[in-house]
Design a protein around this ligand. Structure first.
Ligand code: CAA
Length: 382
């Protein structure tokens, strides 16, 4: 067993840390306060190769491994969780399924600009009545005599939706077949009949734009079908397995921000004649935060390593997300406690970490769904 980063992984970490510290962190509070999509940081992530890290270089990607993706996600999310999720969706939920299920022509046309960051992607699975129960899709796809498809329905909470050029879209083309009636498409967002609602007004990750997507008699050629007719649910589920590794890494970054900011504050803030980290009440909180963050990181890197080695990783990805999101929320809560009154005001970053952490227990499968997934593997003996 090897715990050391390779030279390439160490280089990704340094590049991501420098970018996060020098370019992202100084803007994080403003991005949050103004609910501003950080367009210029997305452009820089494209230049740095962070929008398709694990996509082969032949298709415009960085040609790196999933471990490198986790490392970069942690660094960038440590600075700004909004910027982190923009990156995560493009990598895990858009590039990854097109890379795995797309035809050669689809990869040339869509994956290459997405991985290079010339286009930005979104992933539209959730609907007003299909959140945790992802198979309950109502968006319809009806095949036409000329071979094209007509798609109608509504998608909800679609991260990157209002700013995306391309969408990996899930539809129902045969309701009687249940999850085997779900079919995926690559949807260019400028197709007539596609409209985004107003951006969601969110508790946290306010720089990441999400919205409803309304699909009104959208006509798509058969060449935009992703995978097979009826194969969409397996594309969605296997894509989310990888996505959960990305969100675990985002949670890690938020947890680390909560710890590092609280540690720095605890060295300068004095009570009863000494720095507050000299009181065990605070020192023990910091020790617990650091230990739990390390455990979450090890779970996340294990899931990434398994994916890199083409070994089963669905259970491990769910464990990583479940635990890392819990750690992020605990660390953010304790971070506020360490900051005391200063933790409750927007002048300091602690309250932002608290608001940003919450979503990691909700999107890409709630913590309850992660437990369900893990329990299903256990009962199957996996
Ligand atoms: N990979 C491949 N196939 C899988 C799979 C996986 N990980 N998990 C399940 N399947 C297959 C099963 O093998 C089964 O196939 P067969 O019928 O051929 O045997 C089929 O899918 C159905 O499986 P289940 O019976 O387990 O499906 P289910 O309807 O009970 O649902 C669930 C399972 C785990 C609850 C699933 O609905 C789920 O993951 N829900 C959460 C949805 C979610 O994570 N949404 C996130 C939205 S995207 C987002 O959040 C992005 C963002 O904003 C950043």
């Amino acid at each position: 067993m090897e715990f050391q980063l390779t030279d390439d992984q160490a280089m990704v970490q340094k590049t991501a840390r420098d970018f996060a510290t020098l370019e992202v962190l100084p803007k994080a509070a403003e991005i949050d306060r103004d609910h501003r999509f950080p367009k210029e940081l997305v452009a820089r992530m494209a230049e740095l190769g962070f929008l398709g890290i694990a996509v082969p270089e032949a298709y415009g990607g960085g040609g790196m491994d999933v471990v490198s993706y986790v490392i970069a996600m942690e660094e960038i999310s440590r600075a700004c969780a909004s910027t982190g999720v923009i990156m995560s969706v493009n990598n895990s939920l858009v590039c990854d399924p097109i890379n795995r299920f797309g035809t050669e022509a689809q990869k040339q046309e869509w994956l290459t600009p997405l991985a290079a960051g010339k286009k930005l992607g979104c992933f539209a699975l959730s609907e007003p009545e299909a959140g945790s129960d992802a198979a309950a899709q109502r968006t319809t796809a009806v095949k036409q005599p000329d071979g094209s498809w007509i798609i109608s329905g509504t998608k909800n909470w679609i991260t990157n939706g209002p700013v995306a050029d391309v969408c990996v879209l899930f539809t129902m083309n045969d309701r009687a077949a249940g999850h085997k009636g779900i079919t995926a498409f690559i949807l260019p967002m400028d197709t007539p009949g596609v409209r985004c609602g107003s951006p969601d007004d969110k508790l946290g990750i306010r720089g990441s734009k999400s919205s409803q997507i309304f699909l009104d008699d959208v006509r798509l050629p058969d060449s935009l079908l992703l995978g097979e007719v009826g194969g969409g649910f397996k594309i969605a589920m296997s894509t989310l397995d990888g996505g959960r590794i990305g969100i675990a890494a985002q949670a890690l970054g938020i947890a680390r921000a909560a710890l590092e900011d609280a540690l720095a504050y605890s060295q300068t803030r004095k009570t009863f004649g000494k720095a507050i980290n000299q009181h065990q009440a605070i020192a023990f909180k910091l020790a617990d935060m650091a230990t739990e963050i390390d455990a979450a990181r090890l779970l996340t890197l294990r899931a990434a390593w398994l994916k890199d080695h083409k070994l089963p990783y669905g259970k491990e990805a769910a464990m990583a997300k479940l635990y890392a999101s819990d750690v992020a929320n605990k660390a953010a809560r304790e971070g506020i406690q360490i900051f005391g009154g200063n933790g409750y005001v927007t002048e300091y970053p602690a309250e932002r970490h608290f608001r940003d952490a919450k979503i990691t227990e909700i999107y890409e499968g709630t913590s309850e769904i992660q437990r369900l997934v893990i329990a299903n593997y256990l009962t199957k003996g996996a």
